[in-house]
Design a protein around this ligand. Sequence first.
Ligand SMILES: NC(=O)C1=CN([C@@H]2O[C@H](COP(=O)(O)OP(=O)(O)OC[C@H]3O[C@@H](n4cnc5c(N)ncnc54)[C@H](O)[C@@H]3O)[C@@H](O)[C@H]2O)C=CC1
Ligand SMILES: O=C(O)CCC(=O)C(=O)O
Length: 530
Amino acid sequence: MFKVLVSDPISDLGISLLVEASDISIDKKVGLSEDELVAIIGEYDALLVRSQTRVTERIMSAGKQLKVIGRAGVGVDNIDLDAATKRGIIVINAPDGNTITTCEHTFAMMMALARHIPQAYMKTVGGVWDRKSFVGVELRNKVLGVLGMGRIGSEVAARAKAFGMEVYGYDPFLTQERADKLGVRLASVEDVVRDADFITVHTPLTPETRHMLGKDQFSRIKPGVRIVNCARGGIIDEQALVEAIDSGRVAGAAFDVFEEEPPAPEHPFLKHPKIIVTPHLGASTIEAQENVAIDVSEQLLHILRGEAFKNAVNMPPVPADVLAKLEPYFSLGKKLGSFAVQMANGPVKEIAVTYAGDLADVDTQPLTRHIVEGVLGFHLGSDQVNVVNAMHQAKTRGVNIVVTKSQASKGFTNQVSVTIRTDKEERLVAGTLLNGFGPRITQIDRFPVDVEPQGHVVLVSHHDKPGIIGRVGTLLGNNDVNIATMQVGRSIVGGAAIMVLGVDKGVPKEVLEQLTSLPDLNKAKVIHLF
Ligand SMILES: NC(=O)C1=CN([C@@H]2O[C@H](COP(=O)(O)OP(=O)(O)OC[C@H]3O[C@@H](n4cnc5c(N)ncnc54)[C@H](O)[C@@H]3O)[C@@H](O)[C@H]2O)C=CC1
Ligand SMILES: O=C(O)CCC(=O)C(=O)O
């Protein structure tokens, strides 16, 4: 008999599958504190949560029998994934069940914003018949910018078209082909900032998306724009938004999510006449709550019964013999994937991996998953992509994975090379494990190099001319950027070349712009590897 604890309000109908299963005993204890959970979790095999329960390392370490944590919803930011992975606890979510509901909430917010519905309601029920203060705008013929064209963003785009809106979509995985299919204009964040009358965000919160709309974007944003966030607090800089509204640049905003939830009573959104808010209700419909509870209950049953399952968001077990051969390469593989995707411009269409040398004889699937995880995780967020679901995530986003094997490894015992193909270009990075030295990047595009894949790396492409290295070093030094390591690669004397600089901290955007404008320097990019 498996014991399941449900610690958040989750649809009864959705978990009926568990209630009716003869090998499951289920307890519903909602609203427990961390201490209370720690005290009882030891007797349970599975924990089922929504977003209120924070599943901490303490709870997991007390959960001696805990095999699986189910999240009835998409975001797993309330679960300590690293702690779960460390303990071999599988974390599953239900990514599809609340897509439509959250999309509809986004529309409800957008329309309420366009027509001042909450403000007008408050006045009317307060006994004031005010028809002058609440003149709104139509959605028809307006430009809607959708940042994040995944499950929810794509549904929002489809509905916006029915309202007669022109839709701009931005997503690192949105190709021209898919944009055409969805009838949206493939745009950049800059296009959206410049042209959109309404902007809605549907990305996860990652270091990349944090404050994706901030002071800088608001200084250039189309006057009169209205902004909606039903994704995650922090994607839009709350303070900068309030300032942009108060300055008259932004007409208003509708938020379902906050950087800190629940927001403090003095939070500026709560009393602002031009900002409407809901308490993280995006997924709160009867249908969505049933859907996510059914999805997660099914998966949970499969895992407890030792059957195949999907939607795991953390680490799966790898057979011991395979693990012994491949494990040393896992971290390198992920870094090569991340490095390659950060080099490439445009939406990723294909990830081509070549294993050369001894690795060609092994079942490299688990290593490929780490590489794909590195590629996708950079944009999707490390809480959404892992070695279990990386291939599935790539498939659902139309990213092709090609693996080839070769005995020729250019003098190394093994070499792994990762090529990213986008609409715009093809970029390659290769690496190996050097005996006694650890992981090394051995090739970038066609240039041989020897670089340790870690920290902040500045990648410069330039012409092989005297003085260029000095100019780059001086510029970085003058801007307090310390160069820890440097590698230069070229194919022929005086031809195209690259410089790979390991630096001690991130390089500010302005410094990167100054670098790019140096004579004989083509491009400069900062790559983060952690
Ligand atoms: N308010 C609520 O109650 C709910 C909120 N959510 C949140 O909504 C968001 C979207 O959910 P889904 O559509 O299901 O996720 P998804 O994973 O299907 O889509 C997210 C998309 O964001 C894109 N993305 C990542 N980095 C980006 C960047 N820098 N710029 C532009 N796009 C980027 C990804 O490529 C992906 O296509 C998530 O944050 C999720 O947690 C989801 C359900 C309910
Ligand atoms: O369970 C909820 O209501 C939160 C939903 C959510 O934010 C998600 O699924 O990511």
